[in-house]
Unconditional design. Sequence first.
Length: 363
Amino acid sequence: MAKIIGSPSRYVQGKGEMRNLCSHASAFGDKFFVLTSASGRKRVEPAITEGKGDAQLVYEVFGGECSKTEIHRVMEACKTAGCNVIVGIGGGKIHDTAKAAAHYLGLPVVIVPTIASTDAPCSALSVIYTDDGVFEEYLFLPASPNMVLVDTDIVSKAPVRLLISGMGDALATYFEARACQRSDAANCVGGKSTMAAISLARLCYDTLLADGVNAMLAAKEKVCTKAVENIIEANTYLSGIGFESGGLAGAHAIHNGLTAIEETHELYHGEKVAFGTLVQLVLENAPEDEIGEVLDFCTEVGLPVTLKELNISDAEPERLMEVARLAAAENDTLGNMPFDVTPEDVYAAILGADALGRYYLGD
């Protein structure tokens, strides 16, 4: 199997770049179907209008879930409007819906994160959920977005919890890529990982450790420092390329299992992935200092390390076993670990990770 690395055709990051969206995207078309939330439109429309030139814009309010129902609704709305480019502005579920709809319609797609809470923007992947928010499947797309544009002024003013969640998602990137490299598993673009992908995944982790706390503190003040710029790039680009071209393994499978517990739906994707990373490290029996480094980072920036912090106060064995069974499902990524993993292994690792977290917090 060949080594393959994927990436967007163009990645643009900088302060005030929302004003230049239509200019950057004019290479792909001239009538843009803009999928965003109602509140997101209020935040971005003035800047986009300022620099839209001759471009035509049709706004559509996102339905709230990246489900097959919503993807088909967006496709029909885009066809009715006669647009030739889909632009997804907002968070990960908007991006994934825009990418899926553009894929099925055969249209270019431009992704514009207004938060840095996941690594979804750069990937050739949409995570599909049921209408009720339970993980259903991964939709692997033939190409990454045509362009990703990040206005760091807007991202830095979003609630700090979203930036922290993005760090949780990015935290898994190196460890999952490393697991896939050890098992010689395929990545998310249908090949083996390249040296570049593994290096970007490692740089992602190193950037989190170097700048994560400083960025979190600055973002609380709604200012965009160099540390914030670095973390936005780590959360969005380094993690996006690193996870997709490095591969997914235990952490995201654990996240997907956790979606079966309704109480966890109040948490962001990256918050659950952070705990999933800890579970993966327990499965691997990773060195104590490595687990300690991850626990230090999570507790410093405010990522969950216990079941209680995931809103699972009543950890009944049957409920956790259901999480374990879903995580170990044949269509998920736990099979990319460099050893066989059973639902019973996952169940034990979840409780082991929770115990480590409680011990670390002094509970």
